[in-house]
Design a protein. Structure first.
Length: 176
């Protein structure tokens, strides 16, 4: 698994003289709060005709990677099957974040179990069934169960801090 603890390059995008933001700021929030905080992530994918598609999803940060779900019949899952390029946006406490990369379906049982356990700590009673997730309920945007699990391979990220210390930064990762 790729280690996203540190980016390979960082670029300060702030025009007001603030220092560049450390990647640890959004990463630590993702690692500590995605399972329990009321965060809404938006996944943007590309339709076969090139038009964008966005949908709110429940996502969790597990072992330095972002995971999200989608039913096989959802526009998101159909788009990712053809083109894994996507962006994930979220407003974290004190910093807005956009993660860009590729999302690929996860089917190995060990990872499915590990991510399901994290979802359960946040109150969603999910379980693994075959190579997918299932539960008695989910958000309407996920489609009916079972749900595919996707892992975002991070290429780059942009953060804009709305709380001290302010700033705007782009982080590039080895997968970009």
């Amino acid at each position: 698994m790729t280690d996203f603890n540190e980016p390979i390059s960082t670029r300060n995008l702030d025009q007001y003289g603030h220092a560049e933001l450390p990647w640890s700021r959004p990463r630590d929030i993702l690692a500590g709060e995605t399972a329990s905080a009321d965060l809404t992530f938006f996944v943007s994918t590309v339709r076969p005709d090139g038009r964008p598609h966005s949908a709110g999803v429940g996502a969790v940060w597990v072992d330095d990677a972002l995971y999200f779900k989608g039913g096989p019949g959802t526009r998101r899952s159909r788009n990712l099957a053809l083109n894994p390029a996507c962006s994930v946006s979220v407003r974290l406490p004190g910093i807005d974040l956009v993660l860009n990369g590729e999302a690929h379906r996860v089917t190995d049982s060990a990872t499915l179990e590990r991510v399901a356990a994290v979802y359960r700590t946040g109150g969603w009673p999910v379980s693994v069934e075959g190579d997918a997730l299932t539960a008695p309920f989910t958000a309407p945007s996920a489609g009916p169960a079972p749900w595919h699990l996707y892992r975002l391979t991070l290429h780059d990220a942009v953060g804009v801090a709305g709380a001290e210390p302010h700033g705007a930064t782009r982080w590039d990762f080895a997968n970009g």
